[in-house]
Design a protein around this ligand. Sequence first.
Ligand code: KG4
Ligand code: ZN
Length: 332
Amino acid sequence: MIVLGIETSCDETAASVVDGSGVRSDEIWSQSLHSVYGGVVPELASRAHAQQIVPVVRAALAKAGVTRPDAIAVTAGPGLMGAVLVGLSFAKGASIGWGVPWIAVNHLEGHLLSGLMEADPPQFPFLSLVVSGGHTTLYRVDGLGQYVVISETVDDAIGEAYDKVARLLGLGYPGGPAVDQLAGMGSATAIALPRPRLARVVDGARQPVDDMSFSGLKTAVRTVVERGAAPIPADVAAAFQRAVVEVIVDRVTAASQAFGIDTVLVGGGVAANSGIRAGLLNTGLRVVLPPKARCTDNASMIANVGRLHLLAGAQPCGLVQTAKARWQPGAG
Ligand code: KG4
Ligand code: ZN
């Protein structure tokens, strides 16, 4: 089954063609226009998607050598409503024009299962960590569509915390990759930062289900930068990254022990982070890390999930199905 995936939930206009042999094309147009505003401006994102959607889809089809897919999978949420609606409306129109079915895909489910596109994909159950600009959640994945939230942030997502730390250090937006790069040049022990909400130990067992929190850590960085004695930016970045990595590794290893699951998939923009990648690889668990381009928003992860659901017998969507700004993966 050849599936065209479409993703427009935030600031990337993306289209991809995926079939049983893998990813045949993967086109992404990143909207750099938001960088001067220090964050994504929703209305500008929608306008840019409306301009880019046709050329991006055309390029994805041409590179895959496909004129008409067997089905269309499109992000229907969560995300910016206006942005999601551009891709969704396009998908509905193309579905009617081509006479092929379409299916609504949850963006987070795309990140959650992106590791399944790697060679030698793991069997269920496994853990999946989604770390992006808006989400930081560790799931237990019992099967397709069966996602149990084990631990999630009660405040800032990690990507958000990275972007705020980048702003404090004057590194621009999006700042995650810049903080990551700078962290590699600093000392992680030169500055002391808190380790928020490490798993509690009850009766000798670490509790995996506690929430995570990153806003206190971000505030601690702000205090160091604004009130400290001119700290070296690379040291601040390194100390911040070390703290984040320790919390993530703690959560994942506690969950692995508690549920007896030793495979973890990682997805979302922050999964491109070198510290998180190295920290998880050091745990001895089987860690499935998609290449960096497939960690940040892309359409192959959407095509992949739509295809898996269609192959599992999911009903295609009708015209009344619309965008959802909030949507838990697996919640129908
Ligand atoms: O998944 P994504 O592309 O979009 C959302 O769905 O949010 O994630 C974007 C986030 C941004 O906050 C960006 O700063 C962060 O991922 N990010 C990183 C890295 N690369 C991207 N954060 C830390 N280290 C990186 N290398
Ligand atoms: Zn995302």
